[in-house]
Design a protein around this ligand. Structure first.
Ligand code: AMP
Length: 249
């Protein structure tokens, strides 16, 4: 069984993001970029399914600029077998990515597609759901446990107020939540091995997908600055402030 994992190259989660002075977006020049953390979890889950003998091949796919190759190489170093870069200099929105992934799925016929629940740069939380709709495949989002057997995936989902377990007929789409697993570290020998693994380059035109943005960003602004706090001497003073100043109790 083939598993396809999608990977987005995003600003590293440790970087303090700065809004561009003209308000059109955030600074990405000379900023450290990494694999979206939820996609690391997706690659790890695919590797665990391979190690358990359920999956035979792990294919990783990224859509974006040429530099996404580095991120794909990281996934190959984690253990993925093969990579595809759908190269585009256009800023790709979730619908465009979902259409590109659909075209790759139709070419590659994976039984399982694992995506992150959201990309930490745009926080859209849309691509997996759109892909499931475009392919008309079942989906389980926010997965915290995945078991695959007999042509079905049993997925435990993190929902408000608890856990929900659903059963999906394969092929299916799964999006990962934080508690699904703890990704492994990449080792130096595996980084060296990853350099020799196959990485195919495709273009949106060749896949017949129009990636033109459908949503325009009007403005990006910094969150309001927090005011400095004050120290209160004791609980009585705190209650007094909450009651009379903040008027929240
Ligand atoms: P989003 O809907 O943008 O929050 O992203 C959800 C998930 O879709 C991510 O965790 C990735 O697995 C996948 N994804 C989004 N954008 C891309 C991209 N440009 N290339 C590959 N995968 C992507």
């Amino acid at each position: 069984m083939k598993a396809l994992v999608s990977i987005k190259r995003v600003i590293d989660y440790n970087v303090k993001v700065r809004v561009k002075s003209d308000g059109t977006g955030v600074e990405t020049a000379n900023v450290k970029m990494s694999m979206n953390p939820f996609d690391e979890i997706a690659v790890e889950e695919a590797m665990r399914l391979k190690e358990a003998g359920v999956v035979t091949e792990v294919l990783v796919v990224s859509c974006g600029v040429a530099a996404c190759q580095e991120t794909l190489r990281t996934a190959l170093a984690i253990g993925a077998d093969r990579a595809i870069l759908v190269e585009s200099d256009v800023a790709l929105q979730p619908l465009a990515v979902a259409k590109l992934l659909k075209a790759v799925c139709q070419k590659e016929n994976p039984q399982l597609v694992i995506l992150g629940k959201q990309a930490i740069d745009d926080d859209s939380n849309q691509t997996g759901q759109m892909l499931a709709a475009l392919l008309n495949w079942p989906q389980a989002t926010f997965a915290s446990k995945v078991q695959v057997a007999d042509g079905k995936a049993q997925v435990t989902r993190e929902v408000d107020g608890g856990l929900e377990t659903v059963s999906l007929k394969l092929p299916a789409i799964i999006t990962t939540d934080l508690r699904l697993n703890e990704p492994r570290y990449v080792t130096l020998p595996n980084i060296m091995k990853a350099k020799k693994k196959p990485l195919e380059n495709l273009k949106p035109d060749a896949l017949g997908v129009d990636v033109a943005p459908r949503v325009s960003i009007l403005r990006v602004v910094d969150p309001p600055k927090r005011k400095a706090g004050v120290k209160v001497p004791d609980a009585k003073a705190l209650v007094e402030k909450l009651r009379n100043e903040a008027k929240v109790i």
